[in-house]
Design a protein around this ligand. Sequence first.
Ligand code: C2E
Ligand code: CA
Ligand code: CA
Ligand code: CA
Length: 279
Amino acid sequence: VKTTGKRNYRFYDQKFYDALMASLRQESELRHAIDHDQFVLHYQPRVDISTGVTSSMEALVRWAHPLRGLVEPSEFIPIAEDTGLILPLGELIIDKVCAQLAFWARSGQELVPVSVNVSPRQFSEANMATVIRSAIERNGLEPSLIEIELTESSMLTDTDELTETIAAIRGMGVKLLVDDFGTGYSSLSQLQRLDVDVLKVDRAFTAELGKTEQGKVFFTAIVTMAHALGMRVVAEGVESEAQLRILKSLRCDEIQGYFVSRPLPPTDTQPILPKWFLP
Ligand code: C2E
Ligand code: CA
Ligand code: CA
Ligand code: CA
């Protein structure tokens, strides 16, 4: 009995050790990737349903790993958040977006804004307003070209600090979008007080459209509330014409999703869609 116990103990100990080593390796690999700028951003257009105009694009990060190819954010953003590496990585991403916009601006074309995903930890630990302001100024951009996406769940810790940072960002002329809306617990008064511009409804709700009545009921309620408060509503993850038609009938303002376009790697010009109409 004693021996088995020992063996079990050693077995778990080994597993713990392996897991620890794996996470340390991931952390140092990620740190190396930040130092060597191994990240690229893809851009996914967001389209106004009634006019067909591209209103913005979301910047989505990928790790251009020398051996593994393009690695999805779900594989490294959580590690970056746990280790605090999200702070330097987040700064790198904002700076990359601003540099890309400045590059596109030099080609003389009209630009649309780019929205940047920001992790809660960046909001609580980095001086986000300063980080954003300096990236905008360094690249000589109009602040209205940058939008910030903050998940609804990260607004749970509703501190004075969060309110102040958001006020500073809004004061610069940077828009605030609430990401993954419907999955967190924000209140009407919070959305109003934080002066939110856009609600991006989580794609789980879009996926319900056409399948159950629940999806329609949810969107109807959100659109009514958002419009009464002067906010716009974006449906994420729109994959079919059927979903788009329902969203149009429910007065949803904008859509984003594979049905319009996948996230695209940057080219010499900003990948703005030609006026995009209901097929
Ligand atoms: P998110 O902010 O909710 O981004 C939307 C995700 O849905 C993206 O996945 C996008 O490629 C995917 N998507 C877009 N349209 C469709 C569709 O029609 N169908 C389906 N099934 N998926 C669609 P991606 O690029 O893998 O990003 C995943 C998550 O990683 C993002 O979710 C965001 O939370 C995080 N992330 C991405 N880039 C950044 C970043 O620069 N900073 C931070 N902090 N997080 C990021
Ligand atoms: Ca997002
Ligand atoms: Ca989202
Ligand atoms: Ca999501």
